[in-house]
Ligand binder design. Structure first.
Ligand code: 3HC
Length: 297
């Protein structure tokens, strides 16, 4: 099963990174958005990231400025933006990275089932929804997998490759090989809530927010504790800002609804409050901390 052309639907926080690493891996990529301004924003982010990565190669003596620039241009040339889902018709792999809302994703996969070529592999980058339900909606459950990347996709080395009971083993193997080809370490996981990472990470972030709410420690001290005590690159409160408070809330809401008796799935009141106030973290400039672009103030 050969993958040459990849379609990515959604060019936001996760989607633009997936588009970029796929192009860096040598694949032709179609990035599909619903509006020109979203597409422009995603492509601008990719340009910025490619420039950053190029600068780093030069700084580390791994490439000349000229080679780094040429390399970035070649990567960029493999990316084609589109506002038409029809342009996904000849893609070998189609990865969904749209809003974390199951009915919206199901509707999209139903549409893809009607337009993609019969050999196409369907993948979702969902953080928390069942891959099997999207596979069912597509009408091609054997060709459906999860490909769950981590934020920032350009730097985080993991991809979770999720198989359902219906996934064809050859489809799973091709998806795993794709993960390797884009420079990631793939881990296999069954279609369980949150897969491996989020099942562990999101309840931990929730506990940190409850700790903050109770006044056990300040946000800075909770983050410092986990950075220095456990060697994590970011503490849980900063990470919630980084991932997005809305995304974290969507994940928890979905789980609480589906698994009301699982004690690890709990929504901290402070998370609901902040999202209601429009404080979504890094993406809105304020969450538990204030942000300017990628930098915490
Ligand atoms: N593209 C290219 N380069 C980038 C970049 C990007 N998107 N983002 C950052 N960089 C570069 C920076 O410019 C910097 O370059 P420099 O060394 O030349 O200055 C370098 O990467 C390091 O970045 P920073 O200086 O900002 O800081 P750090 O050393 O702390 O690294 C980090 C940043 C990699 C984000 C690190 O803090 C980290 O690993 N944080 C934890 C992230 C994490 O846990 N992600 C998973 C979240 S869970 C998830 O995604 C699942 C979802 O479903 C919820």
């Amino acid at each position: 099963m050969t993958i040459q052309k990849v379609g990515v639907i959604g060019c936001g926080l996760m989607g633009h990174g997936i588009v970029q690493v796929a192009a860096q891996g040598g694949f032709q990529v179609v990035a599909v958005e619903t509006e020109q301004r979203f597409l422009d924003a995603g492509l601008a982010r990719i340009d910025k990231s490619l420039a950053k990565l190029g600068e780093k190669l030069v700084k580390d003596g791994k490439a000349s400025a000229e080679d780094a620039q040429k390399n970035a241009q070649q990567t960029r040339a493999r990316i084609q933006g589109s506002l038409e889902r029809r342009s996904l018709a000849d893609c070998d792999l189609i990865i969904e990275a749209i809003v974390e809302d199951l009915p919206t994703k199901e509707k999209l996969f139903a549409e893809l089932g009607g337009l993609a070529k019969s050999t196409a592999i369907f993948a979702s980058n969902t953080s928390s929804f069942p891959i099997s339900e999207m596979g069912r909606a597509s009408g091609r459950p054997a060709r459906m997998v999860g490909l769950h990347f981590f934020n920032p996709v350009q730097l985080m080395k993991l991809v979770e490759v999720v198989r359902t009971d219906a996934t064809d083993p050859a489809v799973f193997a091709a998806a795993k090989a794709f993960g390797e080809a884009v420079g990631k370490k793939p881990v296999a996981c069954k279609d369980t809530p949150g897969f491996v990472v989020n099942r562990l990470l999101v309840p931990y972030m929730g506990q940190a927010l409850e700790m903050l709410e109770r006044g056990d420690a300040s946000a800075e001290d909770i983050d410092t504790a986990m950075k220095y005590g456990c060697g994590y690159p970011m503490g849980p409160i900063e990470l919630t800002d980084y991932v997005g408070l809305d995304t974290t809330l969507f994940i928890l809401r979905g789980w609480v609804k589906r698994f009301p008796n699982e004690p690890a799935f709990k929504i901290p009141a402070v998370l609901e409050r902040k999202v209601k106030e429009g404080k979504l973290g890094r993406k809105s400039g304020e969450g538990f901390y204030k942000w300017e672009g990628d930098k915490r103030l």
